[in-house]
Design a protein around this ligand. Structure first.
Ligand code: HEM
Length: 412
């Protein structure tokens, strides 16, 4: 069917009418790892002649990005960014020039709630037998309810900022449905397409949907953190310690608010995870550029870390780090030493940095515990030994260790 739709489309070659639904349906019917060669060959053929495709530059670009995500396994370049189809998601970006940082925050809020609402909607649809996608190892109703509750908790701050949080009515499932409808009603066509095209699981196990959406939502979180912290650096350089403080506090809050995503992911059935990860070999979050950007925007990583698999897995970020860009810690120390920060401002900034460090260290501890539970003794998919790697890196200081701050939590 999908081959037929594609064959018909080839006589038109207009990106606006590309048969995405038919192609996506086939991917979801068998899982990306098992897509028939005939379909893959047709898609590869279209990509190799993309310059002949008609349509606006935005819609041709969308098709190109979709094909790149869909053909990663065939191309032999399957990795974490292609698994999550990150090229299709409108994540905040460091190289984007935001007139006002509230635009980046709003961009984050939107993509974050879209991802979580899609996750919750899929759980509800599966529980009500309204979908036959990814039919294997469905969770029980108690798990569905738990996932809806945790999804709403994780999305509450962003949804409230967007003015889309439903009133509590004392019925969780009703509230979850309303949350999904509120978000659905605000989706543009482009946002709807993005959501549909960015879900390409490797297999047909129900829980992989949640796994992908949670990873994508955390990617969005790291992306906005990198933008906020980088803006804090510029504010310090410009002598605006008030602005720098606001940015650091906003970054800390965003990371703190997203943390319930780990509890949500903790409801994943261990056997489900161990089954679908057989097909995710080569895709590991050690390749997360946004995570390493956050780390290296805070401070210059130690040389042994820059020379380890941690940074060799993200070559562009490694290049950036080696070029020695300004860091939050470096700019803070320079401003303090140069007398651009008075003692009181320096104290509150230092406290905010410690709180940020504490939240990030907590994130790493929770991640480590979850990984141990899901993996046991198994190695990681990013060519590390797995959890021993995470155990070793979880305590790396976010900022250089300084003298303890009398009023701060003092974890950095
Ligand atoms: C089932 C849940 C998870 C398991 C079992 C797991 C496991 C692992 C393992 C074993 C590694 C080490 C690298 C490797 O060999 O693959 C790793 C790294 C990493 N994971 Fe996860 N992970 C999980 C969920 C997540 C989530 C939801 C995120 C959020 C984006 C995430 C982000 C990261 C990051 C950023 C690293 C790199 C850390 C560093 O290099 O310091 N992981 N994970």
């Amino acid at each position: 069917m999908e081959v037929e739709s594609l064959a018909n489309w080839l006589s038109i070659r207009d990106s606006d009418t590309f048969p995405y639904p038919a192609v996506i349906d086939e991917y979801l019917r068998v899982g990306k790892h098992f897509v028939p060669t005939e379909l893959l060959d047709m898609l590869a053929n279209i990509r190799s002649t993309i310059s002949d495709v008609r349509g606006s530059s935005a819609s041709v670009r969308l098709l190109q990005r979709f094909l790149d995500a869909a053909l990663d396994k065939r191309d032999g370049r399957y990795d974490y960014p292609s698994y999550l189809a990150l090229g299709l998601l409108p994540l905040p970006a460091l190289d984007e020039s935001y007139a006002d940082l509230s635009a980046a925050q709003r961009q984050y809020d939107r993509i974050f709630v879209h991802l979580i609402a899609d996750l919750v909607r899929f759980e509800l649809d599966a529980a009500c037998a309204r979908t036959n996608l990814l039919p294997e190892m469905r969770p029980d109703l108690a798990t569905t309810i738990k996932r809806c509750r945790l999804g709403l908790i994780a999305a509450r701050s962003a949804t409230t900022r967007l003015g889309l949080m439903p009133e509590a009515v004392g019925d969780l499932l009703l509230e979850a449905r309303e949350f999904c409808s509120n978000i659905d009603a605000t989706l543009s066509r482009q946002e709807r397409d993005t959501l549909r095209l960015s879900m390409l699981p490797v297999y047909i196990i129900h829980d992989e949907h949640m796994f992908i959406r949670v990873l994508q939502a955390f990617e969005a979180t790291f992306a906005v953190l990198a933008v906020q912290l980088s803006d804090a650096i510029s504010a310090l350089t410009a002598g605006r310690s008030d602005l720098a403080l606001a940015r650091i506090q906003a970054a800390q809050k965003v990371l703190h608010d997203a943390a319930p995503l780990f509890s949500l992911l903790g409801t994943m059935q261990v056997e489900a995870f161990r089954t679908f990860r057989t097909y995710t070999e080569g895709a590991s979050a050690i390749q997360s550029r946004n995570y390493k950007l956050v780390e290296s925007v805070c401070r210059q990583p130690d040389p042994e870390r820059v020379d380890s698999i941690a940074y060799h897995s993200v070559p562009e970020v490694r290049e950036r780090v080696l070029a020695g860009p300004p860091t939050l810690n470096g700019e803070f120390e320079t401003a303090r030493a140069g007398g651009r920060l008075n003692a009181a401002d320096a104290r509150v900034l230092e406290l905010a940095m410690r709180q940020l460090a504490s939240t990030l260290l907590q994130w790493r501890r929770t991640h480590y515990r979850l990984a141990v539970r899901m993996l046991g003794e198994r190695s990681g998919t990013g060519y590390t030994q797995g959890t021993p790697y995470l155990k070793a890196v979880q305590t790396i200081p976010v900022f250089p260790v300084t003298t303890p701050c009398p009023s701060g939590p003092g974890e950095s």
